[in-house]
Design a protein around this ligand. Structure first.
Ligand code: ZN
Length: 358
């Protein structure tokens, strides 16, 4: 069955309902690899966030992109290495990248990454020295570059370098060149996420495909690889949380502590654009469902008064995102800027408190 076929009942692509699970503990995981967590999140704020980071930290955007591409490619190598069936490796050797790319293209369309097409490879047969892809409407150009570099490195077991160029407003060309240097085994190691707490959340399953009915607020344009939140109109995509974590940690390691507040600030702004006042004030059950449907974790406590927002989240996906989200909710619900104190507790729960900014 093709990944881009949709459920006649609810319209969700089969490539989503068959490969992903929305769990009672507020997480989204991959069926074939339950340790691999994902979030369904606004994507159009990411490239703006890279720009904000480069400005705030005084580094060129090119340098920032380099860091993003290298950390994303490392995460992609680790992920593919663990999950790619053995025959994909063989298939890539014998049939070349074309067969593989059609699988990647379908995956990109259902995950909201944009439309990926293979441009060509040199030499045309055998192990390639250079591979070209085009991507239209990428969810994030540096993240996609990292994905493609990592995939090529796993398939060829050699290091790769890449160049990218804009062809027009929507289309980009990416050329990957394989180096002669072999990729050693230790570069594939990956750390898995923390142990998760069980949860009691339930969704209404679609009787035909089993995907949560609550996903109806998202719409898929499968010709372009674009998912939208129909209520805000904003573009969203699925992100592996381990990969985003790796990128954020690498940026903090290279550029220092100011990375975290810059990410939080980007997510605060994102919330103001993506959420309405009504939704911000909609209370525990509604916000709990909203966060879980996006795979952000399980809200276990929430109180909101005129002066204070307190919340606790089990299995938090990316604390920076949840803190930015809380600041945005506070601001929308109470009409004033907030400041947040937050910590990760010993059991992994995120506890946070937002009060009016002083
Ligand atoms: Zn369905």
């Amino acid at each position: 069955m093709r990944a881009t076929m949709t459920c006649p009942e609810c319209g969700i692509p089969r490539g989503i309902s068959r490969t992903m699970r929305w769990n009672p503990d507020g997480t989204i995981t991959q069926v074939g690899d339950p340790l691999h967590r994902l979030i369904l999140f606004e994507s159009d704020n990411l490239d703006r966030m890279w720009m904000a980071l480069s400005e705030a930290l005084g580094v060129t955007e090119e340098h920032l992109w380099e860091l993003v591409i290298s950390s994303k490619s490392r995460a992609t190598r680790a992920f593919l290495r663990r999950t790619l069936p053995w025959y994909v490796n063989l298939a890539a050797r014998f049939v070349g990248y074309r067969a593989l790319m059609s699988a990647i293209e379908a995956q990109g369309l259902v995950m909201g990454y944009g439309k990926i097409t293979l441009g060509g490879q040199y030499p045309r047969r055998g192990r390639p020295e250079r591979v070209t892809v085009f991507i239209e409407d990428p969810y994030s150009l540096p993240l996609f570059c990292g994905d493609f570099k990592g995939a090529a490195e796993v398939l060829e077991r050699r290091w790769a370098s890449l160049t990218y160029q804009a062809l027009d407003e929507r289309r980009h060309q990416i050329d990957v060149t394989m180096s002669g240097e072999k990729l050693e085994e230790e570069y594939f190691r990956v750390e898995d996420g923390a142990e998760r707490k069980p949860g009691d959340l339930s969704y209404t399953p679609c009787p035909s495909c089993g995907a949560p009915r609550e996903l109806v607020r998202f719409s898929w344009d499968l010709s372009r690889g674009i998912i939208r939140d129909t209520e805000s109109g904003r573009r969203t995509a699925f992100f592996g949380t381990a990969a985003l974590r790796a990128v954020f940690d690498e940026l903090e390691h290279e550029l220092g502590e100011r990375v975290t507040p810059t990410i939080i600030e980007a997510e605060r702004r994102n919330t103001l654009e993506a959420m309405g006042v009504e939704e911000a004030r909609s209370g525990f059950e509604s916000l709990r469902l909203r966060a879980a449907l996006r795979g952000l974790g399980l809200l276990t406590a929430l109180s909101l008064s005129t002066e204070r927002l307190e919340a606790k989240v089990a299995n938090p996906a990316l604390p920076e995102y949840l803190v930015g989200l809380s600041l945005g909710i506070f601001e929308l619900a109470l009409g004033k800027r907030g400041e947040c104190r937050w910590e990760l507790e010993a059991d992994g729960d995120l506890r946070l408190e937002v009060v009016p900014a002083g």
